[in-house]
Design a protein around this ligand. Structure first.
Ligand code: PLP
Length: 397
């Protein structure tokens, strides 16, 4: 009942690397490394029955996770988020089988907790004793929380215009916060420099192989929660694409250990039209995405002009028969209000983008009326600046 990690493989180069040393990107090409497991061994203990009997949370999947010594795990309650029907919203967009996976219920209010929980634990196990991350917002808060739980220092490098709550979260959880007049890509450069100077381990998206393993658990849970029969369509608001890449990997691993068959959901990337590098590359039939210039969107998690795992996202979209679409800021605002009024709660702009994308794909007929559609509700709305409100009535008493 422990990790069956055996090796790392270059996502592009296919080269193999040993499992038990600190890894960044593939030294061959600077692209992401992916963890490989002994899936035959995993299958002997990771059965549906065994899973059901374990304590809730993402560590239930330990055969398919990289941490060998569970003493390095700091469990803040990550994982096992609910998958819920939202019938009023579903009927409104004519997708009656619409479900949301409520990732905002993770610690720190977003699914970034999954990736950071696993990355901090495993890299500490391999000797890292300080961490740094460039973040559009939620990754920084998640790192701060898990580093604090582990009792190790963390530095967060964030654009100066990131949501105030994300800054407060990082600082309150004891991280050293560096603000940059620039985009997440500028933060990434600075973080690499600071990591080089200080020896802090860099947890930038897909620049080390473990955040994707943490986020992979969304795909594992989705399969289990759907009775081992995956939905028809999965809609994912995509920034760096860690979750989408992770879920695609999770489905392959589950099939190899015999828990699901070959059927896969069609994966959908939704981005904002002010920053849509993956959508553009998908439409052009390209395997790599050119960096997006002047990226702007209120959905801060989607403001990623250039993704290290672009080809992994694009391969997964195409292999699954999926697609990629961009929505406007107006669509995001409208979808956010609609989601709230129709029972999906106070969702984040990223979730609203995904919902707007799902509605658009139903309008064009790409999503059928009777299909099972899961939209990833990636973070809570409460962490973003309050939207413009209409004139409100104030009563003197
Ligand atoms: C980071 C983030 C995203 C994008 O996730 P990726 O897996 O990096 O593409 C979407 N929504 C929210 C709320 C985020 O914090």
């Amino acid at each position: 009942m422990h990790s069956t990690l055996t090796a790392f493989e270059g996502g592009l180069s296919g080269r193999q690397y040993p499992p038990d040393q600190l890894h960044g990107v593939d030294p061959e090409d600077g692209r992401p490394l992916l963890a490989r497991y002994d899936l035959g061994a995993a299958a002997t203990t990771l059965t549906a029955e065994a899973l059901a009997g374990r304590p809730r949370g993402l560590w239930r999947w330990r055969e398919l996770l990289p941490v060998r010594d569970l003493r390095f795990v700091t469990d803040l309650g990550e994982g096992d988020t609910p998958l819920v029907m939202v019938p009023r919203l579903g009927r409104h967009i004519d997708v009656p089988q619409l479900q949301l996976k409520l990732e905002g219920l993770n610690p720190t209010g977003s699914f970034k907790a999954r990736g950071m929980a696993v990355a901090v634990a495993r890299n500490r196990e391999l000797g890292a004793s300080a961490f740094i991350v460039p973040s559009a917002g939620n990754a920084g808060g998640a790192l701060a929380a898990y580093a604090a739980a582990a009792g190790v220092p963390a530095t967060v490098v964030m654009p100066v215009d990131a949501p105030g709550v994300n800054k407060a979260e990082a600082v309150t959880c004891g991280a050293d916060l560096v603000l940059v007049r620039g985009l997440i890509s500028d933060c990434g450069q600075l973080a690499r420099r600071i990591a080089g100077d200080t020896g802090a381990f860099n947890l930038a998206t897909l620049a080390e192989p473990y955040r994707v393993e943490g986020k992979k658990t969304m795909g594992l849970e989705l399969a289990e929660q759907s009775g081992w029969r995956l939905p028809d369509v999965v809609v994912y608001p995509t920034g760096g694409g860690t979750g989408l890449i992770g879920m695609w990997k999770a489905f392959a691993e589950l099939e190899a250990i015999g828990l699901i068959g070959p059927r896969r959901p069609r994966l959908v990337t939704v981005q904002a039209d002010g920053c849509a590098p993956i959508v553009r590359a998908f439409a052009r039939g390209e395997r790599f995405a050119e960096p997006w210039h002047n990226a702007v969107t209120t959905a801060s998690g989607l403001r990623v002009p250039s993704a290290l795992g672009d080809f992994l996202i694009l391969d997964a979209l195409r292999e699954s028969g999926g697609t990629a679409i961009a929505v406007s800021e107006g669509d995001i605002d409208r979808a956010r209000r609609e989601a709230g009024r129709l029972g999906a709660g106070y969702v984040s702009p990223e979730t609203a983008a995904a919902l707007a994308g799902a509605a658009e794909l139903r309008t064009t007929g790409w999503i059928g009326h009777d299909e099972d559609v899961v939209v990833f509700d990636t973070g809570v709305g409460h962490k973003y600046p309050a939207p413009q409100l209409p004139d409100l009535r104030v009563v003197d008493v």
